[in-house]
Unconditional design. Structure first.
Length: 186
């Protein structure tokens, strides 16, 4: 027999066996990251909520094919990304998704820093949002998943369907283009 399962893997195994409460616990644990990921590809928060819900339904149906012992979060994020991309292609709407993801949780925002710091954070967020809007979807996606949503390289690779080395190289080039855009906008 192999290593003992960690708590999340135990929940996945129970859910694979049909335990809806175990799956509900998994959903609660990942609903925020699923929603934020969907926001990267959806034109409205309501669309992102629909995508996240549909992704959870698809994940439930696909659980029998889930590889035992594999990490659940990157697998789920790949389903969310695929569902969101499919909807975006079908609807033909792609504007504003990165702006919403940046606006959901501005980096460095801290309530006790004071009003001056809050203004600076908003200004930096707006500058980042504007710079991201200029980049290609591929560049925006890799930057947003890796840094705005704080996925690991491996999780980003799984979510985008790329190899880990591809994430590293595309992320490096995307960050360089982002720096160039932000310098021009100064």
């Amino acid at each position: 027999m192999g290593r003992p399962l960690d708590p999340e893997q135990e929940l996945v195994e129970r859910a694979r066996g049909g335990d809806t409460r175990a799956y509900e616990t998994l959903m609660r644990a990942h609903e925020q990251i699923a929603f934020r990921t969907a926001c990267m590809f959806c034109p409205t928060a309501a669309d992102a909520e629909d995508v996240a819900q549909d992704a959870f339904v698809k994940a439930w149906r696909a659980l029998p094919r889930f590889r035992r012992g594999a990490p659940f979060r990157p697998w789920l994020m790949a389903i969310v990304v695929n569902e969101a991309r499919s909807r975006a292609r079908a609807a033909g709407r792609r504007s504003g998704r990165e702006a919403r993801a940046v606006a959901l949780e501005p980096p460095g925002a801290d309530a006790h820093e004071g009003p001056e710091a809050a203004v600076l954070v908003r200004e930096r967020s707006a500058a980042l949002r504007d710079a991201l809007a200029v980049l290609t979807e591929r560049d925006r996606s890799v930057i947003a998943l890796r840094y705005l949503l704080d996925l690991s390289e491996a999780e980003t690779a799984t979510a985008l369907g790329w190899r880990r080395g591809t994430v590293k190289s595309r992320l490096s080039r995307a960050l360089e283009r982002l720096r160039d855009v932000m310098e021009v906008e100064r």
